[in-house]
Design a protein around this ligand. Structure first.
Ligand code: NAP
Length: 251
């Protein structure tokens, strides 16, 4: 249960090695989170991530979770919720793909779509039902500014995030008034291993800045969070640019 101040005490991180997800976990452990489930594809990195949070004083468990195996989601997520209430689910798994390569290899593009969108639809609905069942909690979904308007340079990833974003907004509306809070987070360029080796985009930020924004959004009960916040204005302008102009921007 959330404590008397409304801070979560238990967290389920789907995408247990995500650098952004782990920054959020560290931030919340520094507040009141005591129990953390890291759900991800089994690997030494997942166990190392768990150890990294244990030294901060949290009770951390790992469980196998593959976004590309929706048939297994009910069992994995069911087991976590059966163990005790979860105050916060952070959906942080995702892949960027390689646009230039994936355009010529549809199976690879489908993998991006299935991980980022289909996998999230499955896990999101199952978590939403479990949160509704317990009568409280938050579902926070890492979308992206890339989903706001598809760009030539990464429209496969961008379209998967557009789908995820629309799905999460609808889910939030479906759960409005049930005691379950749904929050969409739209970061811009975040310096993590996902973007390693790429030059910083304008307004590039860090996992820690995303974590701060998530914590603030949770405290405020926000439905949408942009990171950095100024991206909301930038994207609102970009969204309305005529296509012939938008196409020519070096984005
Ligand atoms: N970095 C950015 O600039 C940025 C900007 C906006 C939004 N985002 C979004 O934020 C989220 C976290 O990204 P990040 O920057 O923290 O990247 P990251 O460190 O690369 O994390 C990605 C996570 O997704 C997991 N994952 C990938 N495929 C999976 C699958 N089939 N099943 C289960 N887990 C899978 C990875 O697990 P493994 O260890 O098993 O690979 C990893 O935990 C992603 O959804 C990303 O799209 C990132």
């Amino acid at each position: 249960m959330k404590d008397a101040f409304g801070s979560p005490q238990s967290l389920l991180l789907l995408g247990g090695t995500s650098e952004i997800g782990l920054a959020v976990a560290r931030r919340l452990i520094a507040r009141r989170v005591r129990t953390v489930w890291l759900a991800g594809r089994p690997s030494p990195a997942l166990e190392a991530a768990a150890d990294g949070l244990r030294v901060l004083g949290a009770d951390v468990r790992t469980t196998g979770f593959d976004a590309l195996d929706p048939a297994g989601h009910e069992e994995v997520i069911g087991k976590v919720f059966a163990d005790g209430d979860i105050d916060l689910v952070l959906l942080a798994f995702g892949v960027l793909g390689d646009q230039a390569h994936d355009e010529g290899e549809p199976a690879a593009a489908v993998r991006v779509a299935q991980t980022n969108y289909t996998g999230a639809v499955s896990a999101g609905l199952i978590c939403a039902a479990a949160l509704q069942n317990q009568g409280h909690g938050s579902l926070v979904v890492l979308s992206s500014v890339a989903g706001e308007r598809a760009r030539r340079a990464n429209f496969i990833y961008g379209s998967s995030k557009a789908g995820l974003d629309a799905f999460t907004q609808g889910l939030g509306d479906a759960l409005y008034g049930t005691g379950v809070h749904v929050m969409v987070v739209r970061p811009g360029f975040v310096r993590t291993r996902m973007t390693a080796g790429r030059p910083d985009a304008p307004l590039a930020t860090t996992p820690e800045a995303v974590a701060t924004a998530v914590e603030l959004g949770l405290r405020r009960g926000s439905e949408t969070v942009w990171v950095p916040g100024s991206l909301r204005v930038v994207m609102s302008a970009l969204r309305h640019l005529p296509r012939p102009l938008f196409r020519r921007l070096p984005l």
